[in-house]
Design a protein around this ligand. Structure first.
Ligand code: ADP
Length: 612
């Protein structure tokens, strides 16, 4: 049909004109044996394309064809592919063909004959046949040599008690990247007992690997087809096998990492892809490839382990060979968050420092308070004791002498009067001595009495509120220890009196101490109140009340008597002193009932402002 042939020629011409001029750039046809689901092909392509782009930039165009020959091995399929590519690439000038995988190479050479005669062809990995092809000069390329012996050696280093080597993978390894595996198996195993699990159905295999004898390691070549003829993506198959296996699994292909495999001498197909790109570069320029020579092999491998699997099988990390690559090691919290943790630690230290300082200050304050309250109690007690001591010493000393003299004169008088005849003159003289001594004793008592009256206070202007506040503060520690609240209820108007500030303090200290003493231990209201207010008649009324038991009516007079006390360690002079001091201001101490429920001691002092 000449019309149709003409139309076809026109279309092809138009397509050809739309293409860049021949020689402007290079075109590479990459024929990939298996599907992209095989991660190793993806990695290969990434490495290949990256390296080629570095060499040629935008000047190279890669056409990639996924042949999928493992899953579709039939000749009719390959024929159909060839016909399809004849049409597809009719208008494309292909400068080089790259065949990834041995089956891809076989296909490439037959397609080259029909479609791309004379186009240089580069192989990437292959089998024995590939090497023969290389020898015939039909193609150049690089073999990928998996380093199974090194993988098994690594396995035995990590598991030194290994006695069995289980083999997992395809029964038929021709047309794969493992051309020599079968014949080298004996050498690989050495003295290890081989458990060959190849060619089993997946389900059976999973059962077998779950029940492997102790001290077994598993090696996986490539698993793409099981005994039932079911196809698998090798990496996915390995993940299933690793999940079921009770023994550690090793392999040689980098894309197996992360499936649960422990590791191995892992060849990187990405590095292999880059090496093929480098091999291709001079070929594209029409030159012979540089070293290594065609067919040269390399493993592009490095020892790698999966840290999680190492942990799962309890491998001592000290067994890991120096320089081995460890993957999937979760950084410790410390490694991952070091700056944040350092910050937190620093903040914690600062806070700790502050807390220590605050605690120290608090301790110092408590010690100071304890010392202050101890001084306060001592002051009050010393006050009483010295008053009592003063009295007692005077009485003992000043009355002791005349009383002793009276005693001895009376005794001698008895003798003088009992004499026969009674010696009246001498007795009279002794009687005169008794009278004289009695007078001395009376003088002593008189002097003591005048001593009380004589304590003429120093009068000055005193702010009652400041005395109350001072005393309340002094009593704080004692009050806190007893669990008593001391309240000061002060008139907002200033309260000034003419008084001796020390005496006023003594009065309040004694009353406050008695009030604190009066509150029994235990729960309930535990309060003491000092109330100071202006009162009618130009006076200031000061009252100390408590929530103690109060004072029975019949005791109210007695409590002011010197030496009257109901306390085991009391002196009985506190209230006597209070009474004396208050009376020296021309006023009285009143005893009543406090609004707090206990006793209230109160007195008034003339307000200094009110005084003329
Ligand atoms: P002391 O306190 O050494 O006993 P005081 O002369 O100060 O001597 O007190 C005499 C007595 O008065 C006390 O032992 C106590 O029985 C009674 N007394 C004083 N103040 C109060 C008070 N606020 N409540 C109840 N009883 C009190």
């Amino acid at each position: 049909m000449p019309a149709l042939a003409f139309a076809r020629a026109v279309v092809l011409l138009a397509l050809a004109l739309a293409l860049p001029a021949a020689g402007a750039g290079k075109s590479v046809l990459l024929l990939q044996q298996d599907d992209d689901a095989w991660l190793s092909y993806q990695a290969f392509y990434a490495g290949f394309q990256g390296a080629l782009a570095r060499e040629y930039g935008a000047d190279v165009m890669i056409y990639r064809e996924v042949l999928d020959l493992s899953r579709f091995p039939g000749a009719p399929y390959r024929d159909a592919l060839r016909r399809w590519y004849t049409v597809k690439y009719q208008a494309i000038r292909v400068d080089a063909i790259v065949a990834v995988g041995p089956a891809a190479l076989t296909f490439a050479l037959s397609a080259r004959r029909d479609i791309w005669p004379g186009v240089p062809t580069v192989f990437a990995g292959g089998d024995r046949e590939t090497l023969a092809i290389a020898e015939r000069g039909a193609a150049t390329g690089r073999m990928l040599q998996f380093e199974t012996p090194k993988s098994i050696a690594l396995a035995r280093t990590l598991f030194p008690r290994t006695r069995n080597l289980a083999i997992v993978g395809d029964r038929d390894l021709t047309q794969t990247f493992f051309p020599t595996f079968d014949e080298s198996l004996d050498r690989l195993a050495g003295e290890l007992r081989v458990i060959d699990l190849r060619g089993l159905a997946m389900a059976t295999l999973l059962e077998r690997v779950a029940a492997l004898p102790p001290d077994t390691i598993v090696h996986c070549t490539i698993f793409s087809l099981d005994g039932d003829g079911q196809r698998f993506v090798p990496r996915d198959a390995l993940a299933r096998i690793a999940a079921a296996s009770n023994a550690p699994i090793f392999g040689d292909i980098d894309s197996y990492m992360g499936t649960g495999a422990v590791g191995g001498q892992m060849s990187s197909t990405r590095a292999f892809g880059a090496a093929i790109a480098n091999h291709l570069a001079p070929v594209l320029h029409g030159a012979l490839p540089a070293e290594p020579p065609p067919g040269g092999t390399n493993s592009w491998s490095t020892p790698v382990v999966d840290w999680r699997a190492i942990r799962r099988f309890g491998v001592d990390p000290a067994r890991l060979p120096a320089g081995i690559e460890i993957r999937y090691r979760e950084p410790s919290v410390w490694e991952e968050h070091r700056p944040a943790l350092l910050g937190v630690a620093a903040a914690f230290l600062v806070l700790l420092g502050l807390v220590i300082r605050l605690l120290r200050e608090r301790r110092q304050r408590i010690v100071a308070e304890q010392e202050a309250s101890a001084r306060f109690t001592e002051l009050a007690r010393a006050n009483r004791i010295s008053a009592a001591g003063e009295l007692a010493a005077s009485v003992v000393h000043d009355l002791g002498q005349p009383l002793a003299a009276i005693q001895s004169n009376v005794e001698s008088m008895e003798l003088l009067l009992e004499a026969d005849p009674p010696r009246l003159e001498e007795a009279r003289a002794a009687l005169a001595d008794v009278r004289r001594d009695d007078q001395r004793a009376a003088d002593v008592i008189g002097r003591l009495r005048s001593l009380f009256h004589k304590s003429e206070p120093r009068r000055e202007r005193v702010f009652v509120e400041s005395v109350v506040n001072d005393v309340t503060r002094m009593a704080e520690g004692v009050a806190r220890r007893k669990g008593v609240t001391v309240e000061a209820d002060l008139d907002p108007a200033p309260m000034v009196v003419d008084a001796d500030v020390v005496q006023l303090q003594q009065v309040l200290i004694n009353l406050l101490l008695n009030a604190l003493d009066a509150i029994p231990d235990g729960t309930g209201h535990r309060r003491v109140a000092i109330v100071a207010r202006h009162a009618t008649g130009g006076v200031i009324r000061v009252a100390v009340g408590d929530s103690g038991p109060g004072i029975p009516d019949d005791e109210r007079a007695r409590i002011f008597e010197p030496f009257y006390t109901t306390k085991s360690k009391g002196t009985g002079v506190g209230l006597a002193i209070v009474k004396r001091i208050v009376e020296s201001y021309g006023t009285q101490v009143a005893v009543g009932v406090s609004p707090l429920g206990g006793a209230e001691f109160s007195f008034v002092l003339p307000s200094a402002e009110a005084a003329p």
